[in-house]
Structures are given as structure tokens and as C-alpha cells.
Design a protein around this ligand. Structure first.
Ligand code: CA
Length: 435
């Protein structure tokens, strides 16, 4: 498990002024990774680390030979157009690079003049999906979401009996995962209208969001070699924001017996920045089960997982309708925390590999919709509107049940508490257009 070290010291200040603003997502204690290039340029995408409102261009750092040893090897791997090579190097390399960057970005660092030449302002950047995502698995780790949505799909049998024993998931589609700013057409598909005996084809009328986190696998495991829960987090590179857009009417008709298919594979949006588990270390909280719930089976249980397996990541969903956009406003429709998840990151890795399944650098897990215990903490419109029966009242007088063409959704995430630096995730935005 992660220990706090000098890179977490809340008193650290950077010579990049904007990294010291109290509300910044990217103080010197964060140092998340993305791939980027200058907007409108034909430059190659390369790895970057956020610091305040700037990006440390890791290709430039590598070319300048600023770091040596393990940090030098890591920065050379991160100079590529995707982060898979850096991810494959493993946790000692990620830690060495984090420490080298932290020291070089501090007030008074001797490397300041040479590193300053490697900064690119974030306003000038465009981002790409940060890894070649070989496989994408979407989990279902919120018991509140599973219960709420189960009640809508199966009123007599909301929570399946396996839920409290198995970290449920399905294998998703990686080709349609795009970075924040994604614009996609409303999906067309097959649905069974209420009362009808035959399905129809047409644009989804119940297009929804799913507030999730994305978990990037770093170093993989060999086929046939399970990862024990004690080592599970060594295989995790970091966490981003994720919106698993979902067509509920298509889903309702198709989901039995094999689960979601066309209702989910048309678009998934992730934030450009991956926040490392190291950066999140101050925000670990105990993993606890409600009184009377079954305890996890031994391969899903460890002392460390019980003590600090959960993460207190604050999450917020904002809806931006065309009218709100014109008025320069947004409607916040959900606030919750990742701490309410029923299964932890370590349990997801241990479960995914218990049968010998091999994970590879750059694989992505979705956490599943992260609904909290109360209705205003629900991470999907289908829950927030009770299955579309109770429209959301937006501040400008508009209403919404499901998304309309032109709507954008913005997910934000951050960690904050006294005695630790604020760690932010930036944002994950996507927009639906007419089919
Ligand atoms: Ca999902």
C-alpha cells in the first residue's frame, strides 16, 4: 500500500505560480499524466504532466536529458504518443518520475530554467486518449446504483443475489472511447415501445449518462497468473473521470441474457488526465460493509483493503443545455463520492485475474455508475428522474428527463481535506448531437 512521502507534503510550493492557487486541480502534489500536443498543430502527441495551468512536456524533458536513472527511463517512455510504455515500466519507475518532477518543480529548484523551457500552457493544448486501450471492462461497483436501476428494470427482484459476492462486470468496447470534448450522434437502435408486441428501429429516446471513474492498468500479469489482492494496486497506473453514455431504451430490450451491448458501445468519454494512486494516497479511507452484509471471500479481502482500500474522491455532474450554454450557466445535477463504492480498485483487479485472465498495460476498467446512498447522489438520469417519471427542474426553468440533442455533460472530480493538498481530475465533457 502507498505510504505518504515528501511529494505529498502540503507545504510544498512550485515556481509555477498557478500551481499554488488554492483552488487549482493541479498543485505540485498531484502531477497527473496525459498525452497532448499544441492545438491546431501537426506536432506528435506526447506525454505531459499537469502543473497549475501548464503542462510539462515530457518529450522535451527527455530530449533535454534533465533526468537520469529510473526517472530518465520513465520520462523517455512517456515521450511517446501513448503512455503504454510508461505504464508497462511499473510502479518503481512511476514513483521515480514523480519524485524527480516534484523536486524539479519546487520553489528554488536548480532545474527551473531548463524545465521552464519545457512548459506548454494548457489553454494551447489538445489531448488524446492517453493509452492504447486494448481491453475495456465496465464494472458495477455501486450497490445503490445496482439497486436503483434493478428496481426500474425488475421491480420484483432489484438486487441480484450474486451482487454482494461477485464484483459484477462486462467486457465493453474500447474503439469508441474518446477524450473529453467528444461529440457523438444520438444512437439509433432497436427498442420495444411500451405496450408494443414488436420492436421498432429509431433514435434512442432515453439517452443517459453514467458517472464513473476509469481505472488504467499499468503493469500487466501473465495469462494464467492471478494477481493477489495484496499486490493488486501495484498493477494500477491511475484513475480518470469516465462517462459511460447509455441508451436506456435499447438497453431494456437487449440486456437479457448477456448484458449491455449496443446500448453502451457507441461512445464513452474519459478525462485527459490520469491521477496516479500515489497522488491519491492522502485520500484513502477504510473499506466497510454495512452491518449484516456478507464479508468478501478471502481472495477479495486483505487487511490493507479493509484499512484503506476506498478513496474519497468528490464527484460532480453538470448538465449544459443549449439554453444554459447561451446564458453562461450550468445545472449541477449530482454530487457524490467514490467512497460509497461497494467494491474497491484492489478487489476489481483481484477478481478480474482470479481465473488467470491477463491484464495488459493500458487496459481500462470503468467503476460502474457511482451513485451514492441518497437520490441527489445518483450518477445517472434514469435514477435522478425515477425512470423518466419525474423530470429534473433546471435553474432556468427548463426540464429534462433524458438528454436532448445539443446537451453537454461535464463530470468533475477532486479530493480535498484539511492537512492535505487539493487533488483535482480536471473535467470530462461530452456532447450529443442529432442522429
Ligand atoms: Ca457503466
Amino acid at each position: 500500500m502507498v505510504q505518504l512521502n515528501e511529494t505529498h507534503d502540503p507545504a510544498l510550493r512550485s515556481w509555477v505560480d498557478s500551481a499554488n492557487y488554492p483552488d487549482t486541480d493541479f498543485p505540485i502534489q498531484n502531477l497527473p499524466f496525459a498525452v497532448f500536443r499544441r492545438k491546431g498543430s501537426s506536432e506528435a502527441f506526447r506525454g505531459g504532466v499537469a502543473i497549475g495551468d501548464q503542462i510539462v512536456d515530457l518529450a522535451a524533458v527527455s530530449a533535454a536529458g534533465l533526468f537520469d536513472g529510473a526517472a530518465g527511463e520513465a520520462v523517455a517512455a512517456a515521450a511517446q504518443g501513448k503512455l503504454n510504455a510508461l505504464m508497462a515500466l511499473g510502479q518503481p519507475a512511476w514513483r521515480a518520475l514523480r519524485l524527480a518532477l516534484s523536486r524539479a518543480l519546487r520553489d528554488g529548484a536548480a532545474q527551473q530554467p531548463r524545465l521552464q523551457a519545457c512548459l506548454v500552457p494548457q489553454v494551447e493544448a489538445q489531448y488524446d486518449v492517453p493509452a492504447r486501450i486494448g481491453d475495456y471492462t465496465d464494472f458495477y461497483t455501486s450497490v445503490h446504483h445496482a439497486t436503483n436501476i434493478g428496481r426500474l428494470f425488475r421491480p420484483d427482484n432489484p438486487l441480484m443475489p450474486n451482487y454482494k459476492w461477485v464484483p459484477i462486470g462486462y467486457h465493453g468496447r474500447s474503439s469508441s472511447i474518446a477524450v473529453s470534448g467528444q461529440v457523438f450522434r444520438r444512437p439509433v437502435g432497436q427498442t420495444l415501445p411500451a405496450g408494443a408486441t414488436q420492436p421498432v428501429t429509431g433514435p434512442s429516446q432515453r439517452l443517459d449518462i453514467e458517472l464513473e471513474l476509469g481505472i488504467f492498468i499499468g503493469s500487466g500479469n501473465s495469462l494464467g497468473e492471478p494477481v493477489a489482492i495484496e499486490q493488486a494496486e501495484d498493477h494500477v497506473f491511475g484513475i480518470c473521470l469516465l462517462n459511460d453514455w447509455s441508451a436506456r431504451d435499447i438497453q431494456a430490450w437487449e440486456y437479457q441474457p448477456l448484458g449491455p451491448f449496443m446500448s453502451k458501445n457507441f461512445a464513452t468519454t474519459i478525462s485527459p488526465w490520469i491521477v496516479t494512486l500515489d497522488a491519491l494516497a492522502p485520500y484513502r479511507v477504510p473499506f466497510q460493509r454495512p452491518e449484516g452484509d456478507p464479508q468478501p471471500l478471502p481472495y477479495l479481502d486483505s487487511e490493507a483493503n479493509r484499512r484503506e482500500g476506498s478513496l474519497d474522491i468528490q464527484l460532480q455532474v453538470d448538465l449544459l443545455t443549449p439554453r444554459l450554454r447561451e446564458a453562461g450557466s450550468v445545472a449541477t445535477i449530482c454530487r457524490t463520492s467514490y467512497r460509497h463504492a461497494y467494491w474497491t480498485v484492489a478487489q476489481m483487479v483481484a477478481h478480474h485475474t482470479v481465473n488467470g485472465c491477463n491484464l495488459q498495460p493500458g487496459d481500462l476498467f470503468g467503476s460502474g455508475t457511482l451513485s451514492g446512498p441518497t437520490l441527489d447522489q445518483a450518477g445517472a438520469l434514469i435514477e435522478l428522474t425515477s425512470g423518466g417519471k419525474q423530470p429534473l427542474q433546471l435553474p432556468d426553468g427548463e426540464t429534462r428527463t433524458f438528454l436532448q440533442d445539443g446537451d453537454s455533460v461535464i463530470i468533475r472530480g477532486w479530493c480535498k481535506k484539511p492537512g492535505a493538498a487539493r487533488i483535482g481530475f480536471g473535467q470530462c465533457m461530452g456532447t450529443v448531437t442529432a442522429p
